[in-house]
Design a protein around this ligand. Sequence first.
Ligand code: NAI
Length: 342
Amino acid sequence: TLRASFGPKREVKQRFTNQLQPQASTFKVAVLGAAGGIGQPLALLIKMSPLVSALHLYDIANVKGVAADLSHCNTPSQVLDFTGPSELANCLKGVDVVVIPAGVPRKPGMSRDDLFNINANIVKTLVEAVADNCPDAFIHIISNPVNSTVPIAAEVLKQKGAYDPKKLFGVTTLDVVRANTFVSQKKNLKLIDVDVPVVGGHAGITILPLLSKTRPSTTFTDEEVEELTVKIQNAGTEVVEAKAGAGSATLSMAYAAARFVESSLRALDGDGDVYECTFIQSELTELPFFASRVKLGKNGVEAVISADLQGLTQYEEKAVEALKEELMASIKKGVDFVHKQP
Ligand code: NAI
């Protein structure tokens, strides 16, 4: 099925005990920015995965305590800590999946693009190290603005001769998680069954839930479409405002990122039925990067599900057109950032 595995149906018992089935293959995962608001709960959720043998936690500070704490959980993966640039290479060697939530989060009144100046440099530096130390790894970019940081990562990898567009992902899973939650609440659907593809990008109007493609097949009034679309697009800002200066989504983000990690590991493990929405280099539209549903396999993106963009409603078609200018500008800003470097 297309349903994501990171849900209630998964054997919960297996996650909380050391009575794990031996796995045929296990993987090494690195989290860069692991002491942060997202990094800590994300590391905890990854620690619970039976597919992980080693969990490498990197940050510029405060990561030793996080690792010591997590290492006491009786799940199989070994937790190692790495602090500061001098330990980054060792953190990355031999890693299969690198997750990057390093960087500053939004405060009330800020757009994701307002984070560009700080986070662009952080992502650039970290991805350079990924290129040097684990060029074959899947790279999950969480640091905002994702619409620009993914193109930055792509350009950095190209410069290093290490770019595989099938293995570079902008993490937009939280948009799908939110869409699934809000749609199931609104339409009284069983949450486990609901799957709403979200396409475009990861900021404001570039976040486009394709409600007409909701599974199970569901009908919405025009008012419901408008209300749900706006609610999904503004959900991040709702959290930023509720946290009133203390940051942005961390717990739901960690949940979503852990789902994307688990999906990636299942794909690496040979599961032939793994689908996720993600922001990738794409030929689906005329834009060089676009989020859509993809099939994941051992080598990364195995197929882009182009059918999602066919047979759209008029509302959705207009919204796809309307998001292109902003998304293209954000992509270009990321590409230009790398090429303007001395
Ligand atoms: P935070 O400030 O709590 O944590 C960030 C961590 O990154 C800190 O521990 C910090 O020490 C670390 N860091 C800073 N510079 C670093 C470097 N050069 N190398 C390694 N680590 C470094 O922030 P939070 O809440 O965890 O958010 C992190 C990022 O995730 C932000 O950019 C935020 O906008 C983004 N985000 C993305 C979402 C998405 O859907 N893709 C959703 C929510 C947040």
